[in-house]
Design a protein. Sequence first.
Length: 84
Amino acid sequence: MVPGYITFREDHRGEFQFGAVHGEIHYRIAPYHDTERLEFAWEGEDEMDPVSGRGWAIIKDGQLQGRIYFHAGDDSGITVERVR
């Protein structure tokens, strides 16, 4: 396993890894209440089994905070700090 990460590219694609779950994402920036949030769909693998889902994130208190959902399964909160 590798340390957890999430990346976003300018072409509205990216990828993430946490634990044994790895996914490729496609995202958009959407209006949300009085701000904006990043919304994404993803597909990948969990211990070599195909998985997919969706998620969202906002910048709050200098961190990316949100939630990731597995299609027809679990969900989990995420908090990400930027590494330069």
